[in-house]
Design a protein around this ligand. Structure first.
Ligand SMILES: Cc1ncc(COP(=O)(O)O)c(C=O)c1O
Length: 445
């Protein structure tokens, strides 16, 4: 095909184009996902379109299981529902043997409705209502206590039901080289965690079996997991020695970074994110150091983004081009931060879904919202695009389809592509009727 004429452009050299490691990554068109052409996906399901690769989901969770099984005799993975609670995605993780990790009454009901047995559900989060706790205890769900008022409530519920449930306790650490998340659980260094454990034992109503610690999210330094694992193992031994509580499980939460790139990050995540194996090596050595030869405990990991992010793609369509006053080229897309809230903290990797011609220029990608904050990517070297061209945003599987918002536009179709190349809608695009279903107009209007 004869290339289209492109008018010549002069591009000012800028540091955004080159760094000391060489040029920015080249544009590499993505024309298919697991063998299914983007053009066919859009023809069948429209644009914008979220696409999940089942193959990539399964490969990633198996990679983590493999790394753990080479080092530990007893472990479980628990799928973090809030990272992505679409039923089909949860089903893949449960088929791969994951427990469910939920953080609200609604998520608890989702997991139970999906057929997950209560004893295979972990219930985290800072707010569990009396009825949530009652449901959890009746179904043998493992509740992780977050604060003292919740502890009192949990004891009351257990007493009323005449049960002595096995529970966990969430612990936070404030002396780690990561931002402190001390709003969840009981602090270790100040002694609050030890006090809370004593208080649970004294109460006699709950059976403390698990220590849980989720130190934060998008952690890029595996060594932090060595420190946390060591501290949790050490606390487990202290609790056994001092108050006779038998801690059989250490749950280190989630937090491993995915292959995305934070806005503040220098190197792209594709090059800098540690492997799952590196995280596992670090935390296993921390457990060994902390346990000092004592009997190994069961380990639980609740990894979310590291397992699902890479499997998710967002296909968008160019709806317009314009030149900004500062001469930057701007492209308007048919989906923005309404469906891709992670654009606020990541420099998402955007690729064209077709061959491109012409000189790459610094380009800003806007979404369709009539809001200044609707920026999908603020500066990226990109060849010219035309109305109707498709863009693929990579690594969007985590937190977008749970945190997206219904603002101005309805949410689009979400599709799963099977390893055999089948594709099926796993969440239908919203309609105006669906959006207005819960509204009513008062009789006096
Ligand atoms: C308690 C708990 N577990 C697991 C996760 C999953 O974290 P990530 O997606 O960073 O792996 C979260 C998310 O913040 C969480 O709060």
């Amino acid at each position: 095909m004869k290339p289209k004429y492109e008018r010549p452009v002069i591009v000012r050299h800028s540091l955004a184009g080159v760094n000391k490691f060489g040029p920015m990554p080249a544009v590499r068109p993505i024309v298919a996902i697991d063998g299914v052409r983007i053009a066919d996906l859009v023809a069948a399901h429209g644009s914008p379109l979220f696409v999940f690769s089942e193959r990539s989901l399964r490969e990633r969770v198996r990679e983590l299981r493999g790394a753990l099984s080479r080092r530990l005799a007893s472990f479980e993975l628990a799928w973090s529902y809030k990272t992505n609670y679409l039923g089909a995605i949860c089903r893949v993780f449960h088929q791969e043997g994951s427990l469910a990790e939920v953080v609200s009454g609604m998520e608890l009901q989702m997991a139970l409705a999906a057929g997950v047995a209560g004893e295979r559900i972990l219930f985290n989060g800072p707010y569990k209502s009396e009825s949530d706790l009652a449901l959890a205890f009746k179904r043998q769900v493992h509740v992780h206590i977050d604060h003292l008022d919740e502890l009192t409530l949990a004891e009351k519920v257990a007493e009323r039901l005449g049960v002595r449930p096995e529970v966990g306790m969430r612990v936070n650490l404030s002396e780690l080289p990561v931002p402190v998340w001390d709003r969840f659980g009981f602090n270790l260094e100040s002694g609050r965690a030890l006090e809370a454990a004593r208080r649970i034992m004294r109460g006699g109503r709950l059976d403390l079996r698990t220590l849980h610690c989720h130190i934060g999210t998008f952690v890029t330094n595996p060594d932090v997991y060595r420190m946390v694992a060591r501290a949790m193992a050490d606390l487990a031994l202290t609790l056994e020695r001092e108050i006779g509580s038998r801690i059989d499980t250490i749950d280190l939460g989630g937090g491993f970074a995915s292959h995305n790139t934070l806005q503040s990050q220098y190197l792209p995540g594709d090059e800098s994110t540690p492997s799952l194996e590196e995280f596992v090596e670090a935390l296993v050595s921390g457990l060994e150091e902390g346990l000092q030869g004592a009997e190994p405990r069961r380990l639980i990991l609740e990894s979310g983004r590291a397992l699902v992010d890479d499997a998710g793609y967002l296909i968008l369509t160019v709806v317009g081009n314009k030149r900004l006053v500062d001469k930057r080229r701007a492209v308007i897309l048919d989906g923005g931060v309404n469906i891709l809230p992670t654009a606020w903290w990541y420099r998402h990797d955007l690729q064209p879904a077709q061959d491109t011609f012409g000189t790459p220029e610094p380009t800003v990608f806007f979404g369709p919202l009539c809001m200044n904050i609707d920026v999908v990517r603020d500066r990226i070297l990109f060849p010219p695009l035309h109305v109707g061209d498709r863009i693929v945003v990579r690594h969007v599987g985590a937190y977008n389809v749970t945190q997206w918002m219904q603002f101005i536009a309805a949410r689009p179709n979400v599709v799963l592509v099977s390893p055999k190349g089948e594709h099926s809608v796993i969440r239908r695009a919203e309609t105006l009727e669906a959006l207005q279903l819960h509204e009513s107009i008062p009789s006096w209007l």
